[in-house]
Write a protein that binds this ligand. Structure first.
Ligand code: SF4
Length: 432
């Protein structure tokens, strides 16, 4: 592999977004080359590229889309399939609070496309897709970027899926690409076993692929110079809620939540809690959250999850129960409506939380709520109900004092104002 002339310093932030994030304009092909240099040379080989696979293993790169799975292991499951595979870059970012993938695609589309080429080389794929929501500005940016890249080694198709929340789930992506509805399917088979066109399919988040593009240029040691030893590198984080400058920052993995909030201008009000990991994440008491490292392992140790890298700061003035009820109502309406836990469980939980938030509640109902919260997880085709329940359970724990007040039919002042957490407009219509 060739090394580009200029490697960003290990401590340089904005490795992914570079200076382009300031203008929010997509980097042109020539700007991209000037910033990053050409891709290391190489070509597709039957069974994948062992040097590239080893490089990714050594880098310790983990997925940036939610689960945090080791990328090298994921690549190897597809590379060993015995026939040409398919790569799907997931840029759907279904959650209304999330912005990081949209920003990355807006300013650095060629970095993502580089990562797609490399992933295809690593796993021996001869077709790639970039999945985005229908109507997303990323679609035109990507089409323009694909059109100017010289000698593409394979076709790259921009796939525009309906903007349903669960359409970004990997089995839903594959189902849609195979001509079906953009709804999750029961697994196995998983996409890496039988995916698009029945072929082994690698589904990777777009940020993960952008990191791959830099690792291939600068090496695994370069990547490991920044971030947590077990989960190295940098990550994009979306920060919203009660901070002075909401938006996206790139930080070293393992950075404390408090430091990330400082990069967003600091809290704009006294905080009571932080939602870590987004709507499938967990509420954390503010004091605890601020010292927590942004790693899967560090958050798992306290019952949390990194999710898709979203932090939402909740001010003292807000009602955590009302905000959670609002989000649960949204999530209940966003299911694919095809499994019992989503058809029956989530609306019941959302309804109970809404009544609790309003104070229209009797303590006897808590038994029903706890029972539903125990029954729903692990029973759907996808993790949608599990994530929603995780959020609800954490709210009942972190806002326990508010729960007691609300149970006594005395909702706090924060419950009487409209909730602030963003939810998308309801998506109706076709799943095709
Ligand atoms: S669990 Fe819910 S969201 Fe997932 S496939 Fe079933 S109905 Fe759809």
């Amino acid at each position: 592999m060739t090394t580009p002339a200029r490697a960003p310093s290990a401590t340089q932030t904005l490795r992914l977004l570079c200076g382009f994030a300031k203008t929010r304009q997509p980097a042109s092909w020539s700007e991209h080359l000037a910033e990053h240099g050409p891709l290391p040379s190489g070509r597709r080989r039957r069974g994948g590229d062992p040097r590239l696979l080893e490089l990714v293993d050594k880098s310790g790169l983990t997925g940036r889309g939610g689960a945090g799975f080791p990328t090298g292991r994921k690549l190897r499951t597809v590379a060993g399939s015995g026939r040409a595979a398919v790569v799907v870059a997931n840029g759907m970012e279904g959650e209304p609070a999330a912005q990081k993938d949209a920003l990355l695609l807006a300013v650095a589309p060629h970095l993502v496309l580089d990562g797609i080429e490399l992933a295809a080389r690593a796993v021996d794929a001869n077709h790639a897709y970039v999945a985005v929501h229908r109507g997303s500005p990323a679609s035109a940016v990507l089409r323009a970027a694909v059109a100017v890249r010289p000698e593409p080694p394979m076709p790259v198709t921009i796939a525009e899926l309906p903007a349903h929340y669960v359409a970004s789930e990997e089995s839903a992506l594959v189902h849609w690409l195979n001509g079906g509805a953009a709804k999750p399917t029961f697994v196995p088979p998983r996409p890496f076993e039988r995916g698009v066109g029945g072929r082994a399919t690698l589904v990777n988040n777009v940020e993960t692929l952008a990191h791959l593009a830099l690792i291939a240029r600068h090496g695994s040691e370069w990547f490991r110079q920044v971030g947590d030893v077990g989960e190295p590198g940098t990550m994009l984080v979306t920060i919203c809620g009660a901070v002075r400058h909401p938006g996206v920052v790139e930080v070293a993995t393992g950075t404390a939540v408090g430091e990330v909030l400082r990069l967003a201008g600091g809290a704009s009000a006294a905080l009571q809690a932080v939602l870590v990991g987004g709507y499938f994440g967990t509420w954390m008491d503010a004091e605890l959250a601020l010292s927590l490292p942004l790693t899967q392992a560090g958050l798992r140790a306290v019952g949390g999850a990194l999710g898709a890298g979203i932090l939402i700061a909740l001010p003292d003035s807000a009602c955590g129960i009302a905000e959670t009820a609002h989000v649960l109502g949204y999530l209940a309406g966003q299911s694919a409506n095809q499994c019992g836990p989503c058809v029956n469980g989530l609306p019941a939980i959302a309804g109970a939380l809404t009544d609790l938030a309003r104070g229209s509640w009797s303590p006897a109902r808590r038994g029903d709520l706890d029972r539903w919260l125990g029954l729903v997880p692990g029973r759907g085709a996808c993790r949608h109900p599990d994530g929603a329940v995780r959020l609800a359970v954490s709210a009942l724990q972190v806002f326990a004092a508010d729960v007691h007040r609300h149970e006594a039919s005395r909702p706090c002042a924060g419950a009487l104002v409209p909730p602030a957490l963003p939810v998308g407009a309801p998506v109706s219509g076709s799943w095709r």
